[in-house]
Design a binder for this molecule. Sequence first.
Ligand code: KG4
Ligand code: ZN
Length: 367
Amino acid sequence: MRDTLTILGLESSCDDTAAAIVRLSGDAPDEGVILSSVVAGQTELHADFGGVVPEIAARAHTEKLDLCVEEALDAAGLTLHDIDAIAVTAGPGLIGGVLAGVMLAKGLSVASGKPLVGVNHLAGHALTPRLTDGARFPYLMLLVSGGHCQFLIAKGPEDFERLGGTIDDAPGEAFDKTARLLGLEQPGGPSVEREAQVGDPKRFRLPRPLLDRPGCDMSFSGLKTALLRERDQLIAAKGGITRQDRADLCAAFQASVSDVLAEKSRRAIRAYLALSPDAPTLAVAGGVAANKSIRGALETVCAETGVMFIAPPLALCTDNAAMIAWAGIERLRAGHTDGLDLSARPRWPLDQSAAPMLGSGKRGAKA
Ligand code: KG4
Ligand code: ZN
């Protein structure tokens, strides 16, 4: 392997258009340096529709991707000639967006003569703790965002075992829907968390779905239905809900999600520790990991079980291209590149041997 590898990464699988440049030097073979990372969000474009509209997302990616690449190169003070390979999210995600990224990456690869590396978006998230903290395999990973929710044991750059995941909504999606039901602004996670700070989590008792069943699978869609019922009962009784009612509902919802994630993490840790890892570690990724109450609950579980807790900086937990560039480096180091027949895959489970999830991540069919 060459002493230094400099990789351009592209990400366009959901509603963030991103480009980044990550460098790996021979001096620190397990740590990447992010030379630049540009993310152009699309929240405003989708704001009127209550969710990501795939066609609007795809068009915006097509318009923004090359600008993001230019910006990432400028910020790193590099040109395409200085890049060793081009890594791109080839799935899973919204097909129009993934295609936009894959087509641009192929064009750049042909124009520059640099190799192309197709990356699984979930592998990007799952390998981030190596980029940020040099995590050693095997480590346990919890992906919790608007589109993903699963426990994985990362055993190698392309070797992941899924222990379980949501069978319906992802937790971020449930936060977003809860915010909508209570008239709070999107994205729902931060709004619900803000309200919950002044709420009583015990006034309403919402369910803890699937805790009565063994294993690490989760379900979050019933929670918002239970919350809707409580809200409607309040409206029927009093003609509306007060600020305090809203805060109490948010607190109850957040407590339920925290409890479920904590208990399922406990179970996932038990299964993971059976592998006798040298440096037991649980890492989180995804926007929901920003939630202080959820993060606190996970930290407590880790402290109880003697497992190290890693939460990468939020900008690297949410969708970004630095994680794609890093996953590209890991794939390239393992000797893999892709040809111009690289295809965009809307579904692409990390653990091909695990049973397919029922409807995991309706926002982006994240498999
Ligand atoms: O990882 P991310 O930026 O995008 C994907 O979904 O891939 O995660 C966004 C999700 C949204 O659903 C948002 O409501 C949720 O993460 N989120 C939060 C918080 N901040 C963002 N959920 C709970 N608490 C938060 N503080
Ligand atoms: Zn993601």
